[in-house]
Design a protein around this ligand. Structure first.
Ligand SMILES: *Cc1c(COP(=O)(O)O)cnc(C)c1O
Length: 390
């Protein structure tokens, strides 16, 4: 095992070692996180709508714990498919205006399992280079050809579609909002390319579900394209504030996935109380449009304030605001300096992002106030000056 120490030394020398840090709930101060016993403004959470501690969800889960117990006891295909699942999947299908829905334990398992159910040897997956790691792993596990196109480069995608024209099944897969950059996929172009080349299209709405669309259905709905997308995927772990993932699409698709998705078949069902919690969170996502309005307002304010100071923060109106630092060590120092000022915002380094693009990834929440964010932006500006990033 000596090799391990050596490899860790290398990682640490390159400012690339990661470690687990304890984070606690800051009672009475939503939007903050406890670190080293200090409440810090949390600009590194995916709790976009502030639903992670909603009393209605807590109450629903508490009730379900008492009636349903703590664990499901088996896979959904054995005896773990407890009654809250059926109710949730029906509500999801209605919300997404699809024929059917399937709940899978989490987004990672959904992507890593569903892709292999759609394609295999002799098939090809066209995947944006900046797609989430769970998509990359899904493609690798599927054993299909992996045709990665340059980020949002539709001409490159077209070239690859031509090149692999004679492969059996074709799948185009993309994040709707890219998790580390916050920009949007070119969904209209993707829809027209998929039609032209006879491919299936799968869209991962992990960072757009709950956030875009009149009822939080996601970016595909906001753009009026949801009927053109074959496989809708999203998670309950970000805007919903709970845990889990969904796939929505045709009845045939869901029937197929129940037979083929290995992480669904060979893994224990989610605890029933969690499924009840997701149902309650879905009601809140649909009804509380004001949370989306607030989220976009504060995101806009924060982004333009950083931009105004001269930072490169990327475009797009999403609540993900990346501040590109470049160098790994500088990104870590930036994050530590923020922490000293009471702001929790982690440095994202390779391999999560491409080499030379280490960054502070800010993600905002409807629970943040304008004052908190303007103060934070001022603080970020002075650190930027001190560190020579500005
Ligand atoms: C977070 C994320 C996932 C994984 O979802 P989990 O439910 O956290 O496992 C998948 N895809 C994208 C784009 C994500 O950002």
């Amino acid at each position: 095992m000596e090799w391990m120490e050596k490899e860790l030394e290398l990682l640490s020398g390159a400012s690339l070692e990661r470690s687990l840090r304890e984070s606690g709930v800051a009672q009475e101060t939503p939007g903050y996180v406890l670190r080293n016993e200090r409440a810090m403004l949390n600009l590194s959470s995916n709790n976009y709508l502030g639903l992670a501690d909603h009393p209605a969800t807590i109450e629903a889960m508490r009730g379900a714990l008492l009636s349903e117990g703590v664990g499901a006891g088996a896979s959904r295909l054995v005896t773990g498919n407890r009654f809250p699942y059926g109710q949730l999947e029906q509500a999801l299908a209605e919300w997404q205006r699809c024929e059917a829905a399937l709940v899978i334990a989490n987004g990672y398992m959904a992507n890593s399992g569903v892709i292999g159910a759609l394609v295999g040897r002799g098939d090809v997956v066209f995947s944006d280079r900046l797609n989430h790691a769970s998509i990359v792993d899904g493609v690798v596990l599927s054993r299909a050809e992996h045709a990665r196109y340059r980020h949002n480069d539709m001409e490159h995608l077209r070239t690859l579609l031509k090149k692999y024209r004679n492969h059996r099944r074709k799948l185009i897969v993309t994040d709707a909002i890219f998790s580390m950059d916050g920009d949007q996929a070119h969904l209209r172009e993707l829809v027209s390319l998929k039609q032209e080349y006879g491919a299936m299209l799968m869209v991962d709405e992990a960072h757009s579900g709950g956030i875009y669309g009149r009822h939080g259905e996601g970016l595909c709905h906001e753009l009026g394209l949801h009927d053109q997308v074959d496989i809708h995927m999203g998670t309950f772990s970000k805007a919903f504030g709970v845990y889990g993932a969904y796939i929505c699409g045709s009845r045939t698709l869901i029937r197929w996935l129940v037979n083929e998705v290995r992480p669904l078949i060979y893994s224990t069902a989610l605890p029933p109380s969690l499924v009840v919690g997701i149902s309650k969170a879905l009601e809140l996502v649909i009804s509380d449009h004001w949370r989306r309005v607030k989220l976009f307002a504060v995101s806009q304010l924060f982004r333009s304030s950083l931009k105004h100071s001269g930072f490169i923060v990327g475009d797009g109106g999403s609540p993900i605001v990346p501040l590109i630092v470049g160098n790994n060590e500088a990104a870590l120092r930036f994050s530590h300096a923020l922490e000293e000022k009471g702001i929790a915002a982690v440095a994202i380094r390779p391999p999560t992002v491409p080499d030379g693009t280490a960054r502070i990834r800010f993600s905002l929440s409807a629970v943040h106030s304008e004052t908190e964010l303007l103060d934070a932006a001022n603080c970020i500006r002075s650190i930027g000056h001190q560190m020579g990033v500005l």
